[in-house]
Design a protein around this ligand. Structure first.
Ligand code: NFS
Length: 651
């Protein structure tokens, strides 16, 4: 691997990916696409090397039209006077705001669909009425005389308020779900947020030219935004989805590229919002569409999930997952995919380039996402009455693509992997017999700690090697693992979500897993469902009567990519749970140096001190560790868990 001195870490090329990626199907498909002369993310990453050092360090300021300014030893301030700390922190605040906008937009669509269902304008069969009653209770909604649909409508309004409130009233989800001791910490730090929309606005405001010159105040906005992100975007979308489509329960299935079948219509479901895709699944499973597929000469229809939509459909229905963001082009390299139905976010432009190589139909279903050359049949959350007819058109277009492609190019890697998904918060507690059982096991050491391994992929890490390498070592050391997002596809395809993988765990954890009949990695859903893992952390802490920050917990984001991951990590940090990142964020990396007399000089700077030193630790009781090598990263994580146990006297 080529070493990048600006990042203080090695950068993989395509040969490194081939050597290190854990899924053999990946290597087969990389070769296949190369032979077909089709460029992928791996080729474009190579073409971008070396990447701009200022960009890598977050010291390039593009927040006004006096710039761009690069902060350096020669020019330590931008034209307006901003120094390095102000530029780097403002950039991070903006990244979180962008990620929050993405998840909040997703939440907005689901909550509007929920409201439309209660009002009878969307033809969706509500599966979570009991959940709505529970939420109404938690939100202190007076349900007298509201009727069933009125309760759902009131819950939807409470969630909508958390997405968009513009005044300083308390957030419903935060009041209902945050632990009270944490709430006190946030009050003292003055970081209680208004809503996702308000804090996105305030983040852009505070970072614009001449609006705020104190980087510590920007750091405060980062923490406030993390809370808005968690309670205004994640909780709102995850809870609204559960009310609409039900709370997931565990089911066994098969995953990986090998689930695609040559004689079938293969349709991949990709994106984040559940609304259109749920309706499309209903249509695809109707006798009319099945008959249409047979008329076209297909033996049947295979549905496969990608990215967070894939995670959610696995959780709710056991629909097989195929791959994640960096595998989306590879999946089309099988030559077997007739159509990809995509909604919002993480649908990379490169998908269409490969689709054109293989004649795959791309159908976009979000009003926010257009792809030149794709068929556009959008769902508009403010015009839900067309959902049914539009979903029917999407399903027909996907099936019609079967006859349109050259099937001689099909080459599907054989590999399928057994996996169990569907571990909603309630399902995890149900499988183990309650939070108290897990709490006892954490205290007596059968469970050494609880970690959530989540987030995207990045070409800066040999694809999926960090997710799998770290998770496997955590399991072997007795750590219970939950997962979401693109990380979960890596772990699903690696077999770590197969109940048989319990044999990797040491005896105490292994017995617990076998008794519960669950795998060592619990796939809880898409990225918005990180709140399911957070709720698990909170429930176990409640049983142990300990603050979150004292417990052997860890958030692992080993291959961060999307701006959304900034908010994911910050969400857990602000709750007192430390973060292990597999890759340095766009901040100036602290590189220790040898001084003129041979002494070791500390390479710290204010930003790394804040995130990885005493800064955050003194404020919220958590910090960020960065370690790029999977074996060292796992060791770092295990040391963290061990130190927490020792401080509690749990050995
Ligand atoms: Ni999360 Fe979902 Fe994947 Fe990353 Fe994208 S799919 S919301 S952002 S790339 S894990």
């Amino acid at each position: 691997m080529r070493f990048n001195r600006h990042l203080n870490q090695p950068i993989p090329d395509k040969a490194d990916v081939r050597a290190l990626t854990p899924n053999p199907a990946t290597v087969q498909l990389i070769d296949r696409l190369e032979d077909a002369g089709c460029e992928t993310v791996f080729d474009r990453f190579a073409a971008q090397q070396p990447q701009c050092p200022s960009g890598l360090r977050g010291t390039c300021c593009r927040m006004c039209q006096w710039g761009p300014c690069r902060i350096s030893g020669k020019a330590p301030r931008g034209v307006c006077g901003r120094d390095m700390n102000q530029v780097v922190m403002a950039t991070i605040v903006r990244q979180l705001a962008a990620g929050m906008s993405a998840h909040a937009r997703h939440a907005h669509e689901v909550v509007l669909a929920l409201r439309a269902t209660a009002e009878g304008t969307a033809t969706i069969m509500l599966k979570g009425r009991e959940h709505a009653l529970d939420l109404a209770d938690r939100f202190h909604i007076d349900t007298d005389g509201l009727g069933d649909d009125g309760v759902v409508r009131a819950v939807a309004q409470a969630l909508l308020d958390d997405i968009g409130r513009m005044t300083a009233d308390p957030m419903n989800t935060l009041e209902a779900f945050a632990p009270s001791d944490r709430r006190k910490v946030w009050e003292e730090l003055d970081i209680l947020p208004r809503s996702a929309a308000y804090e996105s606005m305030e983040s852009l405001h505070m970072t614009t030219l001449g609006a705020c010159s104190d980087w510590t105040a920007l750091a405060g906005q980062e923490l406030r935004s993390a809370l808005a992100y968690c309670y205004g975007a994640l909780y709102t979308s995850s809870l609204a989805t559960e009310v609409l489509y039900g709370v997931p329960t565990p089911r066994l299935t098969e995953v990986n590229y090998g689930v695609l079948k040559p004689g079938h219509v293969n349709v991949l479901l990709h994106g984040h919002s559940p609304v259109m895709v749920e309706k499309v699944i209903e249509k695809v499973r109707s006798p009319e569409i099945e008959a249409l597929a047979r008329e076209a000469g297909a033996e049947g229809i295979v549905l496969g999930g990608m990215c967070c939509t894939g995670d959610e459909l696995l959780a709710r229905y056991g629909i097989p997952t195929v791959t994640n963001i960096m595998g989306q082009e590879l999946a089309l390299g099988t030559g077997a995919v007739d159509a990809v139905i995509v909604d919002m976010q993480c649908v990379i432009p490169g998908l269409k380039i490969v689709a054109d190589c293989f004649g795959t139909e791309i159908i976009t279903t979000s009003i926010s996402n257009r792809i030149p050359g794709a068929t556009h049949i959008p769902f508009n959350p403010e015009r839900p009455e067309t959902l049914d007819a539009d979903a029917e058109r999407v399903a027909r277009t996907a099936v019609a693509a079967f006859g349109a492609r050259d099937r001689s190019k099909i080459e599907i890697p054989e590999r399928v992997t057994t996996a169990m998904g569907g571990f909603g918060y309630e399902a995890i507690l149900g499988a183990f017999g309650g939070a108290s059982v897990l709490a006892d096991a954490v205290r007596d050491g059968r469970i050494r700690g609880v970690a959530t391994v989540v987030g995207c992929n990045t070409p800066k890490v040999a694809y999926e090697s960090a997710h799998v390498g770290i998770a496997r070592r955590l399991i072997e050391a007795g750590v219970l693992v939950t997962t979401t997002g693109c990380a979960s596809h890596a772990l699903l395809n690696a077999g770590l979500c197969d109940p048989a993988a319990a044999e990797l765990a040491p005896p105490g954890l292994r017995e617990l897993l076998e008794e519960a009949g669950v795998p060592p990695v619990l796939a809880v859903g898409g990225c918005v469902d990180n709140v399911r893992s957070l709720r698990l952390f909170i429930a176990i802490a409640g049983e142990l009567d300990r603050p979150l920050a004292e417990l052997p917990y860890l958030f692992v984001g080993a291959e961060p990519g999307n701006e959304k991951t900034v908010g994911q990590g910050a969400t857990f940090l602000v709750h007192g749970i430390s973060v292990l990142s597999g890759f340095p964020a766009q901040i100036p990396v602290a590189v220790p140096r040898i001084g003129p007399d041979g002494e070791l000089l500390d390479g710290r700077n204010d930003i790394t001190e804040f995130f990885a030193g005493d800064g955050l630790l003194s404020l919220v009781g958590a910090k960020i560790y960065t370690e790029t090598d999977p074996a060292c990263a796992a060791q770092t994580g295990l040391m963290h868990l061990h130190r927490k146990r020792q401080a509690l006297g749990w050995g």
